[in-house]
Design a protein around this ligand. Structure first.
Ligand code: NAG
Length: 181
């Protein structure tokens, strides 16, 4: 029995050459309860880290949604900004963003979500299933190994004149590392 398991594990490893190369920690988040409720979480299983979300949107979101991702890289004990932009997801789908890092993260995310990143956001359940990065990820060609802080804020402007309403925000630290193959 044990031998069969060992063989199966070996086969899975041979077939699935992708090895996780990311570690997530220090997740903090806040959801605007008028719009949504649910959870954002980090999972770790056998040293494989993933990031997930299970959120119920209770109100339709349209007009303009400004997402502000802020990515910082730790170099010699100091954080340096790599990305700090505003995206209107009602105008441009993040997978088409002009910023290559944002575009690549958005494209990678679409493998793990069951909704569109582009607004409008209809009421319903939004899932992000075990987002992780493996050694084949195109993101690894854009940013070096090391430690990062990601902070993301989403504000809703129902009309152009409205004051911003925070939809949600989160911050997470992650580390990218090389795997010996
Ligand atoms: C995502 O999956 C959940 C669970 O299967 C489902 O309830 C929900 O309707 C899906 N959301 C969309 C936008 O398809």
């Amino acid at each position: 029995m044990f031998k069969q398991w060992a063989l199966l594990v070996l086969l899975v490893q041979l077939v699935d050459k992708s090895v996780a190369v990311v570690r997530f920690e220090n997740l903090k988040y806040e959801l605007n309860k008028d719009y949504m409720h649910g959870n954002i979480f980090i999972k770790s299983q056998n040293d494989k880290y993933s990031f997930g979300a299970d959120v119920e949107m209770v109100k339709k979101v349209e007009g303009s949604v400004i997402i502000t991702p802020h990515l910082e890289h730790l170099i010699k004990g100091e954080y340096h900004t790599m990305v700090n932009i505003d995206l209107d997801t009602c105008k441009v789908d993040p997978v088409m963003s002009e910023n290559p890092i944002v575009r690549t993260i958005a494209k990678e995310s679409t493998k793990f979500i069951n909704f569109s990143l582009m607004c409008p956001y209809n009421p319903g359940r939004y899932l992000l299933n075990d987002f992780t990065l493996d050694s084949e990820s195109p993101l690894l060609k854009l940013i070096p190994n090391g430690k990062y802080k990601m902070h993301l804020k989403a504000n809703h402007f129902p009309t152009p004149e409205s004051t911003p309403i925070m939809l949600f925000m989160y911050s997470i630290d992650f580390e990218l590392f090389a795997v010996a193959s």
